[in-house]
Write a protein that binds this ligand. Structure first.
Ligand SMILES: *[C@@H]1O[C@H](CO)[C@@H](O)[C@H](O)[C@H]1NC(C)=O
Ligand SMILES: *[C@@H]1O[C@H](CO)[C@@H](O)[C@H](O)[C@H]1NC(C)=O
Ligand SMILES: *[C@@H]1O[C@H](CO)[C@@H](O)[C@H](O)[C@H]1NC(C)=O
Ligand SMILES: *[C@@H]1O[C@H](CO)[C@@H](O)[C@H](O)[C@H]1NC(C)=O
Length: 816
């Protein structure tokens, strides 16, 4: 609720806008002259009418050429007359017929127009359309909701922060994401936290990006050189070198720009930032893996505003050594409390992309952060998905983020995309860790779930969950509120270690019914029953993430929609239809993830619903899937948890399509044959490669195509700024791709240079030792659940070892 003074201010502002001087002893009215009746003499007509009404002519209403104000002396206080409950400010004629001025208006207008005694009189009164009596109280109330009053409250917060914290940064007033003066409350609510002295002391955030301008006046004092490295040029300092190496600097400014006389302030302006440069050129998986763990005893949070191409058709995950790097960060980073990885959902919203097709954002180890614009709406570029945990402010609705820029005291007000959301979240988490450095990576996720604030409640995807929280695939649990998360963090009780329950569902290869034109939408359904016994045996006390590892063959991958329905009928959209994804690769051991069932009771029947949409003539089959429930382990649990009841026990997954798995062992073999063309596309090994191969029959075609792609890549080594060219390559549909790439590169150079950056990254390097570990025997420890797409790594071992030194594959990461 807005404080009382804001209402007063609102009145004043409003009145000032409408009438130059307001005298509370007078009653005000507006005369309305419709647009079509206006001429140069309109104000004279208004004056004349004011005169015939016995009122005083006050003037035009601000910039509104069709309204004029008149006033009369009155004994009646405007505040007393408030009987109408209509929310409209403009009263219909007649509403105030007991008011002498209004009554006189109607009477005179009637006489002039109907009786037509005097021609000039008739002319005059034909010009004016209506009179509205002004009711002060009503208008001020109404104005409280939209801009005017709001402006003042925000301003007060801002001025208070400037005064009490000594913020002199000239750009602070432009940092609406910190204090929104226009739409009060549409900001991260941080100033009260700063006033408690919580400003990020002791926390270090690593910016994995294209470098950090540590010479910038805004960053030099908070730059942490010891945690920094340049994996592109292999030198110690992450100096921005390329003309467009400004992205990392902007992100760093959002987090740790100093409170000084340059630009604005960072969210955690006494925290430190490291720069880890990986996006400005080629790096290998080895380098990327090393970057993801770089100085992870010192760097607490890794802010990552990049990922696979967001073109609505890429499906790519960190596999092998990269997957291991994440697990390593989680298990060993920050003294075992776990590195906090923050990833942007991606900017492929307009391309119909979904962050569950990105293995970085749908990993349980990363906090997936989406964007919210300054009006609390979902910007169209921002991707949605069930792996999205929270949102925070970024560009959209005509405004972007104001932050530090490359240069000694440069600033920019065009930083945006989900790229700018991730660092805002990282900055907030830096404040959280400065208060509670002992929190684990999972504690941080719990805090997000518990304190995020739902926004834009009219959006129809909001769902009230059994846990009591609200969830929306576009907003996750809502927006981060710094004050709320800090207050919760202060008293947060660390969660116990993680356990999981893995339920492989093998089924006979089943055709997916086409639901394109089917009104009743009878999808393929696969049910898995979770019993209390399984939960108990796994020691699972409280549910957190769920993954569904899916195998589907399909002629057109983008047609597939997959929904996971819980026993409580909560539905997670795991795979959204992607109109642009024409790949015939299908879905192979892809791990979809959802956070929507957090804290839900998992006991009962879970149903996977698979729809085949868009094109009736492309078809597919479901092979199998595995549901894995992750969560907090019961501290009382004793003994060895049973993670895979089917395997470890005789307990079959009764009443389900599921069964125990002899299946897993089959996986590697199957995929192996197909791996002929080693890592052809720039798409990460995982999905694409395995997929290329698997879809047996179309495999031949795809294989050829992909190897071509490979040539292509060597010809045009990245470096360009085009987002598009990367995409084309992945698609695996060669044909016009060459032409397209050519065009795309040109176009790209000419236009898109700014948000996108390309980097070449290399090839499948060290595969995991997977061949040595048949899936069957693979037992996971707590905290080390099956890493992303393990099977794929295995296949891709093959192709890689030999080719590795030869290939320089483009596994571009697109900046967000
Ligand atoms: C913002 O912080 C204030 C404390 O300064 C708190 O009272 C309020 O609930 C927070 N959230 C919102 C949305 O205002
Ligand atoms: C945080 O660091 C700043 C700058 O070094 C210092 O002025 C301030 O007193 C510190 N605050 C706390 C709470 O330690
Ligand atoms: C769960 O599914 C099994 C068969 O798949 C069925 O026998 C059982 O009744 C279902 N339970 C509920 C609660 O629907
Ligand atoms: C599912 O099918 C794929 C492809 O046929 C196979 O590699 C995998 O082992 C199977 N997994 C399960 C859980 O049945």
């Amino acid at each position: 609720m807005l404080p009382y003074y804001s209402v007063i201010l609102a009145c004043i502002v409003l009145v000032q806008a409408a009438i130059v001087k307001r005298d509370h002893s007078r009653q005000y009215y507006t005369l309305h002259f419709p647009q079509g009746h206006l001429d140069d003499a309109t104000h004279h007509y208004a004056r004349d009418i004011a005169h015939s009404l016995g009122t005083r002519y006050e003037g035009q209403v601000g910039e509104l050429k069709t309204y004029f104000v008149v006033s009369s002396t009155t004994t009646q206080s405007p505040l007393e007359k408030r009987s109408t409950t209509s929310s409209s400010t403009s009263l219909s004629p007649g509403d105030d017929s007991d008011d002498p001025v209004v009554a006189s208006f109607h009477q005179q207008k009637h006489q002039a127009l109907v009786k037509r005694w005097d021609e000039s009189h008739t002319f005059l009164w034909s010009k004016v359309q209506r009179i509205d009596k002004q009711k002060l109280r009503k208008r001020s109330k109404r104005a409280v909701i939209p801009p005017a009053p709001v402006l003042n409250t925000g301003k007060l917060v801002l001025e208070d922060a400037q005064a009490s914290l000594g913020i002199m940064d000239p750009g602070f007033t432009k940092q609406w994401h910190l204090v929104n003066q226009e739409h009060t409350g549409n900001d991260i609510n941080v100033t009260s936290v700063w006033k408690q002295g919580v400003t990020g002391n002791g926390t270090i955030v690593a910016i994995l990006d294209d470098g950090v301008d540590y010479k910038s006046r805004d960053l030099k004092d908070n730059f942490y050189a010891e945690g920094s490295y340049d994996f592109n040029d292999h030198v110690d300092l992450p100096t921005p070198v390329l003309w467009n190496d400004y992205h990392g600097t902007r992100c760093a400014g959002q987090i740790a720009a100093s409170k000084n006389d340059a630009c604005g302030v960072g969210i955690a302006y006494n925290s430190k930032v490291s720069g880890i440069r990986i996006l400005s050129g080629e790096i290998t998986d080895v380098d990327e893996a090393a970057a993801l763990n770089y100085k992870f005893q010192e760097n607490d949070i890794f802010s990552c505003s990049w990922g696979p191409t967001d073109d609505g058709k890429t499906m790519e995950a960190p596999n092998g050594i990269l997957a291991d790097a994440f697990v390593n960060g989680i298990e060993n980073g920050r003294g075992g409390k776990g590195t906090v990885y923050v990833f942007a959902t991606g900017n492929g919203g307009d391309a119909g992309d979904n962050c569950n097709f990105d293995g970085y954002t749908n990993s349980i180890y990363t906090i997936t952060v989406g964007a919210l614009d300054h009006t609390n709406k979902h910007p169209s570029y921002a991707e949605r998905c069930s792996a999205q945990l929270v949102v925070t402010y970024s560009s959209g609705g005509g405004k972007s983020i104001y932050t530090t820029n490359h240069g000694s005291a440069e600033c920019t007000d065009i930083h945006g995309g989900t790229s700018a959301a991730a660092p805002n979240a990282a900055g907030i988490f830096a404040l959280v860790l400065s208060v509670r450095p002992d929190l684990t990576w999972r504690d941080m996720q719990h805090l997000c779930v518990q304190t995020a604030l739902p926004v834009d409640l009219k959006d129809d995807d909001w769902k009230k969950l059994p846990s009591g929280h609200m969830y929306n695939h576009k907003y996750g649990y809502g927006k981060l509120d710094t004050w709320a998360i800090i207050e919760a963090a202060k008293v947060f009780k660390n969660v116990n270690k993680q356990t999981h329950l893995e339920l492989p569902i093998s089924m006979t290869k089943t055709k997916i019914p086409d639901t394109t034109a089917d009104k009743h939408k009878k999808p393929l359904q696969s049910i898995v029953q979770v019993t209390q016994d399984m939960i108990t045996a796994a020691g699972l006390l409280r549910l957190e993430h769920i993954t569904a590892t899916v195998n589907i063959e399909h002629q057109r991958r983008g047609d597939i929609q997959i929904v996971l329905q819980s026993p409580n009928k909560v539905e997670s959209e795991l795979a959204a239809v992607r109109v642009g994804d024409a790949s015939s690769d299908g879905i192979h051991n892809w791990k979809f993830m959802t956070v929507k069932h957090w804290e839900e009771n998992p006991v009962g029947n879970w149903t996977l619903l698979v729809y085949d949409e868009i094109n009736a003539d492309s078809t597919g089959h479901m092979l199998n899937w595995t549901m894995t429930l992750f969560g907090e382990m019961d501290p009382e649990f004793e003994g060895e948890p049973v993670h895979r009841p089917g395997v470890n026990h005789d307990t079959s997954n009764e009443g389900t399509t599921s069964g125990d798995k002899s299946a897993p062992s089959a996986t590697p073999t199957q995929n192996k044959d197909s791996h002929a063309p080693p890592r052809p596309t720039r798409v990460k090994p995982a999905t694409t490669s395995s997929s290329d191969s698997d879809s047996a029959s179309p495999a031949a075609t795809t294989a050829t195509v992909t190897s071509h792609m490979n040539d292509d890549e060597s010809v045009s080594p990245g470096g360009s700024t085009m987002a598009g060219d990367g995409d084309e390559k992945d698609s695996g549909h060669s044909g016009f791709i060459y032409a397209f790439i050519g065009t795309a590169v040109l176009l790209g150079l000419a236009t898109t240079m700014y948000l996108y950056k390309r980097n070449q990254r290399r090839s499948p390097s060290l595969p995991r030792q997977s061949s040595a570990i048949p899936a069957m025997d693979y037992e996971f420890d707590e905290l080390k659940p099956e890493d992303e797409d393990e099977d794929e790594d295995e296949d891709y071992v093959q192709g890689t070892a030999d080719d590795r030194p030869l290939l320089s594959q483009d596994q571009g990461r697109q900046v967000r």
